[in-house]
Design a protein around this ligand. Structure first.
Ligand code: URA
Length: 235
């Protein structure tokens, strides 16, 4: 997530206007992570930094976790220099959430957004091996031999091998095969690169679940998750 100036941060948090914030900062009433800061342009990260005005903390927000059904055509980033549409355009700005992991611009499906850095780290930690389930459509017929390779491990870059934890064919004809694929790693463009490695091109990719949490929203919409639902991701 992008950093912002301390004066803008105070106004983003709804504390006061940027002008009033600048004078509060100059008079030494604002601290960041326990240190008094007198420069309104001092850069802060609203996700991580603890901002206090006269010893009362503004950034202690209740953790917010959002499920978003990402449509194709949106990039997973907080801000884009080229002004392309981002997933942040689909959720209210004032939530101050950021995406947990990423989906390619043309990938649809379940994306988690949160303002809780620790939770995000837990979900993406390789050690937790959280399963991600994808509906994949590729060109041509996928054979039993292809499935064996995907489950046994394929090299996606020099010396880096990954494997699918589950791989089931849901539909196949001579033109295309639809599969449900579950992986526990989260390497960049992993599914597409795995199918590339067996000579298949992915032309539709949709994430339907993370852990035991299943996407249950229409495309382009979002909702807040309960603590119970967050546990479904982590269990
Ligand atoms: N794997 C990919 O190739 N792309 C995605 O967006 C997600 C997983």
């Amino acid at each position: 997530m992008e950093k912002t100036s301390l004066s803008r941060a105070l106004s983003k948090l709804g504390y006061c206007s940027r002008t009033s914030a600048a004078s509060l900062i100059r008079t030494g009433e604002v601290s960041v992570n326990g240190k008094k800061i007198k420069s309104p342009s001092y850069r802060v990260d609203l996700r991580k930094d603890r901002i206090e005005v006269n010893d009362s903390c503004l950034t202690k927000r209740t953790p917010l976790v959002i499920m978003l059904h990402k449509p194709a055509g949106y990039i997973t980033t907080s801000s884009d220099e080229l002004s392309r549409r981002t997933v942040m355009d689909l959720v209210p700005r004032e939530t101050h959430v950021f995406a947990v992991g990423r989906l390619d611009c043309d990938t649809t499906g379940l994306l988690i957004l949160t303002n809780d850095g620790e939770l995000a780290n837990e979900i993406t930690s390789p050690g937790r091996k959280i399963m991600k389930t994808y509906e994949v459509t590729v060109n041509g017929k996928v054979s039993e031999g292809h499935l064996k390779k995907l489950l046994g491990g394929v090299e996606i870059t020099d010396g880096v091998s990954v494997h699918a934890d589950k791989c089931v064919i849901d539909f196949a004809d001579s033109l295309k095969t639809k599969l449900t694929v579950t992986i526990h790693e989260g390497k960049n463009r992993q599914i597409k690169r795995m199918f590339d490695a067996i000579g298949k091109k992915v032309f539709n990719l949709h994430r339907s679940a993370i852990g035991n949490l299943k996407l249950d929203l229409p495309e382009g919409t979002w909702r807040e998750l309960s603590q119970e639902e967050v546990r479904l991701i982590l269990e």
